[in-house]
Design a binder for this molecule. Structure first.
Ligand SMILES: Cc1cc2nc3c(=O)[nH]c(=O)nc-3n(C[C@H](O)[C@H](O)[C@H](O)COP(=O)(O)OP(=O)(O)OC[C@H]3O[C@@H](n4cnc5c(N)ncnc54)[C@H](O)[C@@H]3O)c2cc1C
Length: 395
């Protein structure tokens, strides 16, 4: 795209955001409950949050680079990048967090039938339907392809029986994208990718409590759940390809946590809690050095992420590259929160009172421990990097 046209787009976008983004949506979310996930049962935390989701959804800017016929903004990759930059410059919140946007959508765009795209993508873009991911199983562990949830062929439908575990927000989701076994004679070659409603008879969920004190994920049970055949994405028994493609997008999304801006930057937080020397520098030389080293790593990761996303949009990224990004981004996010705790003084450890906003810092720090587990553990990412990128012998 020509430089001048992109400059025009930047100016127009800035003007539009200034006119349309409500002032309350130009601040980071106050807590995990202050984030818009959409869905049939969505209760916005404010009118501004509801307005922002609607306005952005109508413009297709919840999914700026999806085609307009599926509810997207139809932007070229360079324009989508400009939109992201301008939103960041104004401090505009992400209008919608959604597994539909970050995971199912890309998989449907590549593998879905026209009818599946038309049915699901616009609803994802407008935040009308909330999705959850039914991959993990209690007896499959990291060896995802050994999953056992059965889908029996009953002519025009499947009958699904089995159990999933660690299903994030299963109790709040409207629909699930789910891996099921349709053939027991082949491991990877006997898996299908199914979509179904969480309100279908036979689906039940049981929340699991996390170390952070929150309970965002569940055990999910399927007992004779009837799923129409047209809900298979891709071919029957070839769902593993869809699953792997989606996992690449999940890992890319999780790696972005390494870049996540928080309400206060690390130096701001440390200065506020620990004070400054006469020359204005943080009054703790050891922590100062650790923060400086962290900021350098974060800047390098930011540059690498931008390059990776550009390559991905141009179709030139290695399929194993999301494993690299996920591994490094999640370690970086854990390090950021370790430093945030060190920089926050005694207040950061506080768990309950209004002074610490209900222990927001400590709960976020504990949540980051899961970053290197969810979406495939760090050890599994290192195995993939060793095998597919470094071609190490024996890997
Ligand atoms: C916060 C959170 C949200 C999640 N959300 C979802 C969700 O929405 N949907 C969903 O389907 N799943 C979800 N998961 C599950 C997640 O994908 C799994 O926990 C993860 O893939 C690891 O599997 P596991 O827990 O069975 O660990 P295990 O496989 O039991 O692993 C235990 C340990 O052994 C190591 N290990 C295992 N195999 C190997 C190997 N071959 N080489 C080296 N080391 C190995 C692992 O790295 C790990 O350290 C979520 C998990 C978390 C923590």
């Amino acid at each position: 795209m020509a430089e001048a046209a992109l400059d025009d787009f930047r100016r127009e976008t800035r003007r539009w955001l200034e006119a349309n983004c409500p002032p309350e949506m130009r601040t980071p979310p106050k807590s995990a409950d202050d984030v818009a996930w959409g869905g049939r049962r969505f209760e916005p935390s404010s009118q501004a949050q509801a307005d922002w989701l609607r306005i952005m959804g109508e413009r297709g800017w919840t999914v700026p680079d999806w085609p307009t016929e599926y509810g997207g903004g139809g932007l070229a990759p360079a324009e989508a990048k400009v939109l992201k930059q301008e939103m960041a410059a104004l401090g505009c919140r992400t209008p919608l967090y959604s597994f539909g946007i970050s995971m199912l959508g890309p998989a449907l765009l590549k593998y879905g039938t026209e009818a599946q795209k038309k049915e699901h993508l616009p609803k994802i873009a407008r935040g009308e339907i909330r999705w959850c991911q039914g991959y993990s199983e209690p007896n499959a562990y990291s060896d995802l392809a050994s999953l056992a949830t059965r889908a029996e062929d009953k002519g025009d439908h499947f009958l699904v029986n089995g159990q999933k575990v660690w299903t994030s927000y299963a109790d709040k989701a409207d629909m699930i994208f789910c891996l099921v076994r349709t053939d027991t004679s082949s491991k990877q070659g006997g898996i299908s990718f199914l979509l179904f409603d969480m309100e279908s008879p036979g689906v039940s969920t049981k929340p699991i409590l996390l170390i952070s004190g929150n309970s965002p994920f569940c055990e999910t049970f399927f007992d004779d759940v009837k799923v129409p055949k047209e809900n298979v994405v891709g071919e029957i028994n070839k769902g593993w390809n869809v699953a792997k493609y989606l996992l690449g997008h999940e890992r890319e999304m999780i790696s972005g946590m390494g870049l996540r801006a928080s309400e206060q930057s690390l130096p701001e937080r440390a200065l506020a809690h620990l004070g400054a020397e006469a020359d204005g520098r943080l009054d703790d030389p050891m922590l100062r050095a650790r923060i400086a080293a962290f900021e350098v790593r974060a800047a390098a990761f930011q540059a690498m992420s931008e390059r990776f996303i550009d390559m991905l949009k141009a179709g030139k990224a290695d399929p194993a590259q999301p494993s690299m990004m996920k591994y490094y981004g999640t370690e970086l996010n854990k390090d950021r929160h370790e430093l945030m705790m060190a920089a926050g003084g005694a207040d950061a450890l506080e768990w309950d009172s209004g002074r610490s906003h209900g222990g927001a810092a400590a709960r976020s720090w504990l949540r980051t421990k899961a970053n290197s587990i969810e979406g495939g553990t760090s050890e599994i990412q290192l195995n993939i990097i060793a095998k597919r990128i470094l071609n190490l012998p024996g890997a």
